[in-house]
Design a protein around this ligand. Structure first.
Ligand code: ATP
Ligand code: MG
Length: 430
């Protein structure tokens, strides 16, 4: 026998009943986006590698070691499975001049790919939902995006998600801070780990983001970017804070919050929880006014966030907030296989009226006993059984039997098939 094939490590199948949770969360997200008038943008999963190298920065975790890159066998193009989608959104906006008639509020969802060590909350194929506001200088839209995410936690009933914010200022301010930071880190060179040593001159800001416990004291005492910000950057940050205050949204200023991509400036933020172990960031984002130019377009301010679907679902599960598994409204019991041609069109008529109907399907031995069909009906979680017995069909009717004692009693009713509307109403009543 041939070797068993399995999914790629760190890449998961999402099957029923869990897939229903995904659909449920996606619906919640779409509804939220509609309320804030963000519109859907769908971009390809494969992009030119240069988009991420230029967009995210050469010395970032993603570009250095996490990308699935390959050469197109036919034309030698360098391609990459998208590790994130902000760069793709900006590329699409530039390519199609999406901002020609003004700024745009957009959202996306879908799989992202990063070659990381798989663990709880960290996968090689994972799913992000992201919102991007293109062409806005803020800080009002910065606040809008943060408020929108807060609305989501409230809508889902999630507790214990905390907001951390910071300002990265503008590139010139970062440069001044960078010099102070390098001098400080050089003076403590013996405390730097390998990663930090490598990044000391290429991307010292990212050293502040280290997860190495041995370096925490060192980075806590490091020169703060906030102390190098000019009046305009500070004012932007103050106005953001005032807007969050106006919504009653609490936050913690985390001077070490720098984010993983080079494209950020001014506002950066993360929503974090302590309930998911070390993968505690559920949503993260910020302003990226330089990205349009960086990938070769006309400059345009922009801000956005992305949330990790797996982490949100894990947190929902942790807090007992996932919806009940979906169940049919009705299960059709069909004692005699000869009745199937008469029954199926009836079921279709009910479905066309919005009823979720599951039909008992024939096996190799026919339809099976009534007893086994009722067992299946019960197991399906259906609220009603529709019994298409010989007697009922002879009267041009169906028996509707409640299966859940708590709803509508257990009295069986004989309903004429001529009035599908009435049957549908009965099956849909709660
Ligand atoms: P982390 O510090 O956890 O690696 P990140 O800074 O790399 O996160 P972003 O690139 O900002 O993450 O992605 C936004 C969100 O996407 C994260 O907050 C997280 O919820 C989710 N996410 C990122 N990488 C993964 C992954 N490998 N598996 C599952 N979810 C992820
Ligand atoms: Mg990461």
């Amino acid at each position: 026998m041939a070797d068993k094939l399995t999914a790629v490590k760190g890449m998961n199948d999402i099957a029923p009943p869990q897939s229903a949770n995904w659909e449920w969360l996606e619906d919640k997200l779409r509804t939220l986006m509609q309320r804030y008038c963000y519109r859907n943008l769908r971009t390809p999963i494969v992009e030119p590698t240069a988009l991420f190298v230029r967009g995210l920065g050469e010395v970032t975790d993603i570009v250095e070691k996490e990308m699935y890159s390959f050469e197109d066998r036919l034309n030698g193009e360098q391609l990459t499975l998208r590790p994130e989608n902000t760069a793709g959104v900006v590329r699409a906006a530039l390519e199609h001049s999406l901002l020609y008639d003004g700024p745009k509020r957009l959202y996306y969802m879908g799989p992202m790919f990063r070659h990381e060590r798989p663990q709880r909350g960290r996968y090689r194929q994972f799913h992000q939902f992201g919102a991007e506001a293109l062409g806005f200088a803020g800080p009002d839209v910065d606040a809008e995006l943060i408020v929108m995410a807060s609305d989501l936690w409230a809508e889902l009933g999630l507790q214990g998600i905390e907001l951390e914010i910071n300002s990265l200022g503008q590139p010139a301010e970062r440069l001044a801070h960078r010099q102070a930071l390098i001098a400080y880190l050089e003076a403590h060179a013996e405390q730097l780990d390998e990663d930090a040593k490598r990044r000391l001159h290429s991307n010292p800001l990212r050293i502040l983001d280290t997860k190495n416990p041995a370096m925490q004291d060192l980075v806590n005492e490091a020169p703060r970017l906030m102390d190098h910000l000019g009046a305009e950057s500070l004012a932007h940050f103050e106005r953001l804070k005032a807007l969050l205050d106006a919504h009653g949204i609490g936050y913690r200023i985390n001077p070490r919050l720098v984010r993983g991509m080079d494209y950020y400036n001014l506002t950066v933020f993360e929503f974090v929880t302590t309930q998911l172990g070390s993968q505690g960031t559920v949503c993260a984002g910020g302003r990226y006014d330089g990205l349009f130019e960086q990938i070769g377009g006309k400059a345009s301010p922009a801000v956005g966030w992305a949330l990790g679907m797996e982490r949100i679902l894990e947190l929902l599960k942790e807090q007992g907030l996932l919806p009940e598994a979906p169940a049919p409204d009705a299960y059709a019991v069909v004692p005699d296989v000869a009745a199937v041609p008469q029954v199926m069109p009836v079921l279709r008529g009910l479905r066309q009226r919005g009823v979720q109907v599951l039909m008992h399907a024939a096996g190799a031995e026919g339809m099976g006993s009534m007893k086994s069909q009722f067992k299946k009906a019960d197991g399906s979680g259906a609220r009603f059984a529709l019994i298409f017995g010989e007697q009922e069909l002879a009267q041009g009717a169906v028996a509707v039997k409640p299966l859940r004692g708590d709803r509508g009693g257990s009295e069986q009713a004989i309903c004429p098939l001529a009035d599908l509307e009435a049957i549908a109403a009965r099956l849909l009543s709660r």
